[in-house]
Design a protein around this ligand. Sequence first.
Ligand code: NAD
Ligand code: UDP
Length: 310
Amino acid sequence: MRVLVTGAAGFLGSHLCDRLLADGHRVIGMDNYITGTPVNLAHLEHHAAFQFIRHDVTTFIEVEGPLDGVLHFASPASPVDYLELPIQTLKVGSLGTHKALGLAKAKSARFLLASTSETYGDPLVHPQPETYWGNVNPVGPRGVYDEAKRFAEAMTMAYHRFHGVRTRIVRIFNTHGPRMRLRDGRVVPNFIAQALKNEPITVYGDGSQTRSFCYVSDLVEGIVRLLRSDYDKGPVNLGNPVEVTILQFAERIRALTNSKSEIVYRPLPEDDPKVRQPDITRAKRILGWEPQVGLDDGLRKTIEFFKGRV
Ligand code: NAD
Ligand code: UDP
């Protein structure tokens, strides 16, 4: 296959490029570096099957030659990033998804949208199955990301129903691994960097809110399986169902890093979801997929990556 990955210079996009190349595909990476970095793709510079195009996908996307797949991963993903880049976030989720779908249609390529557990907002159903429609505050600070992704899902289904584009939607739950930005503000880099420096670990709120953390290799395996599958009926959750409170998570990271950090409490950001855990029944059934890497094993690998960088 010849595949375009938007957001290729980001955390997930770069791992996806690696995996697709390892599987023998030809890959075009596209990115405008708004939250990504060329460092994440530097090792592919001389790879014969890899090509990079610097481009903002909210404007017309031009790719020469045939394409079999368009994987749309471009979007700020960290809450700190999308609060700093509200308009860009709305544009890449709406205009960017429209352009990427238009390209997929023109090339008769398969389209895969990187959506998110944020489409469930602050969920009132727990754990979250794909059939839950969510509880999103459209005018709150996180609305710029949540609503952009919800629009992106609606646009994807419209291209599927109206134009017959073969589409896939993956709702990604919190994922971590090497190449996350040290200062992207997400809980994984924050806590690991603080713990490695023996600085206070900043728990927002009372730390009773929950998240479920997936290691990047598991996520990428699920995405590749979804791309290959025939499932075009709607979204598929991918994530690790092992749920922890943020306070427990801080304590895990402190233990795994042998850190002397104290835990300090900071205000909870507005609309911060109180719980989050994927129901992965659908992924298990249609993809035969479930995570293989345990929480501690995954965290050890991510900690190893950050060790040389703090
Ligand atoms: P990231 O910020 O590391 O990567 C996003 C990439 O998209 C960056 O390289 C950025 O420069 C690029 N980009 C943004 N706007 C662009 C534009 N207009 N044109 C071209 N490139 C643009 O984030 P990530 O964690 O790798 O997330 C990738 C995708 O996965 C996002 O769509 C995100 O919403 C989704 N996602 C990630 C997670 C997670 O836990 N990492 C969870 C849910 C959903
Ligand atoms: N969080 C925290 N301390 C930090 C960063 C984040 O307690 O230094 C909390 C945040 O309030 C949220 C959870 O950790 O409840 C996960 O935050 P993240 O930014 O990783 O992404 P989210 O899951 O909210 O999209």
